[in-house]
Structures are given as C-alpha cells and as structure tokens.
Design a protein around this ligand. Structure first.
Ligand SMILES: [Zn+2]
Length: 291
C-alpha cells in the first residue's frame, strides 16, 4: 500500500499512546512548483505543512487550521493552512540574506500563531514561543507547557517529500495501560533520522522503531494541495477596499491584476469588471429585492 499524499493513524495496544504519520509527495511538489524557494524556506514550509496536517488529524471536530509566522526577520511571513478535507496550501516571504539557521534566528522577532477555526465558527488561537531550534521543538515545548495532551513531532523535508510523525498521549484509559509507554515510544522516535523518515515506508518504519510493541496501523486517508481562491473571493476583497480606492488605482493602470499568494493563479479586473463590483446586485452587501 502506498503512503503517498496520505496520513495513517496508529495506536499502541494496551497503552494510551497514539500516533499519525503524514506523507506529502505530489502535493508537496505541486506546492513548490515555480516558486524557487531557497532550501531554508523550503524546509520551513515543509515542516509547517506536515505539522499542520498532523495537528489537524488529532482534532475531533471538523476544523481548519492556520499556522502563521509573522513580523520576523529574515522570514517576515509564512502562512500554512489546512481545511477539514485535508487540503493544504502555504506560502512564505522573506527579506535579505538567508542562511541555514535555527527557527529562532530565521524568524527573529516574529510571532508564531496557530488558529483553529471550527465548523461552528468558533476560533481558538495559540501563541507559540519560537525560541527553539526547530518548528517541531517549538511545538513540542508548547504542548509541554500548556495544559494540552503531551504531544511530540518529528518532521523531515526535501525537494520531493515532506514527512512527519506525531505521537500523543491520551488521558489514561484503564489501569492496565502501560505507564511507561509515552516515554518509551518517544525515546525510540528520537532515534529516527531525517533520511529514515523520508525514505522508509510507514509499515516498515513502525516495525523498525516499535517491533517490540503491539502496533495497530489504520488505513490511509488522502491529503492534497489545493487552493480555495476564486474570482468571487478576490472580488470580495477588492470590494472591501471601497469604490474610491479602486477608482484611484484604475487612474494609474488599465487593469487590476491580483496573483494568489498561495497558488499564483492570476485574477484580472478591468474598468468594466471593477465597476461591476459595486453595482452587482448579487453582492452580499445588497439584499435582493423582495416581491
Ligand atoms: Zn490560490
């Protein structure tokens, strides 16, 4: 069974520990296409993509997740999102010179925020301390310090694949649950190399690490790169700028061209399109006429 572009859950029988492995392959290459991200940025994006897919798989309800790093230097913006269908998208912007460095140095002075948005519209935000060597370590220490379930992550990325594993300890279920399972399974996971994580199929990897444990591995569920931008959404954004602002821009140029930051799709609005933004009776701002 192929692991490509999928997530697989597993549990350690008679313990309170569960895990997930995410493989991003085609989806990862599609996200990188035409972007020429330097390796440092590519790695950070890959870690963010696998981390957010793993975290979203731990949530019970249908939720979308956004991981955002903002206001730092040299990386001044990184956004990674995944929705309830496990469709992810992401982008990054930076200024100045990049060299291999810790997370802390790459995003110096910035803020890392994870937002969970539930179907019901409820939103939860967590601010995560970035004074760590990597995104996985920052997330691990966040889970250690907050009153959430103990959780650890291992993330690895190259040009072709981004792979991650997450372990999480649930509240103890029965007295028979092995009390040492969490420490033991994490210690073994800490022996993983990036190459193993990237190259070894899930079943074999779990066997290598945990052949002395009773692991139950579940079926794979798909993960895909997909951007949910649309002409309508871009139009809504332009409309929110206001008619005066749009007319001001159109004095300088014939057409407003907007490129989606996530998928590079181009949206064009000429003067006729722009005028329609403010006369369109299907606009949510103007209720339809009642008869
Ligand atoms: Zn897009």
């Amino acid at each position: 069974m192929s692991d490509s572009d999928s997530q697989r859950r597993f549990i350690f029988e008679r313990t309170n520990v569960r895990g997930i492995i995410t493989h991003l392959d085609n989806s990862w290459r599609t996200m990188l296409e035409g972007r020429n991200y330097p390796p440092v940025i590519r790695d950070l994006l890959g870690q963010a993509a696998t981390a957010i897919c793993l975290l979203s798989a731990t949530l019970k309800s249908n939720s979308s997740l956004t991981l955002q790093i903002q206001g730092g230097h040299p990386v001044n913006l990184l956004v990674m999102q995944v929705n309830e269908s496990q469709h992810f998208r992401g982008m990054a912007e930076w200024q100045g010179e990049l060299k291999p460095a810790d997370l802390n140095e790459l995003c110096d002075g910035g803020q890392l925020v994870i937002t969970i948005e539930k179907d019901s519209g409820e939103r939860y935000q967590s601010i995560i301390d970035m004074h760590q060597e990597s995104l996985a370590k920052a997330l691990h220490s966040y889970f250690q310090q907050s009153e959430q379930l103990p959780t650890d992550l291992w993330l690895a990325t190259n040009d072709d694949h981004a792979v991650g594993m997450l372990l999480q300890a649930l509240p103890k279920r029965t007295e028979d649950d092995d009390p040492d399972a969490w420490n033991r399974t994490c210690m073994l996971a800490n022996t993983l190399t990036d190459e193993e994580l990237l190259d070894v199929p899930t079943e074999e990897l779990l066997h290598r690490l945990y052949h002395e444990e009773d692991v139950r591995l579940y079926e794979a569920t798909p993960v895909a790169f997909r951007c949910h931008c649309s002409h309508q959404r871009v139009a809504d954004n332009l409309r929110s700028l206001g008619e005066d602002e749009i007319n001001e821009i159109l004095k300088e140029q014939e057409t407003i061209v907007i490129n989606c930051g996530f998928c590079q799709q181009e949206y064009q609005f000429d003067r006729v399109d722009a005028a329609q933004l403010f006369t369109d009776t299907t606009s949510p701002d103007i209720p339809p006429t009642q008869h």
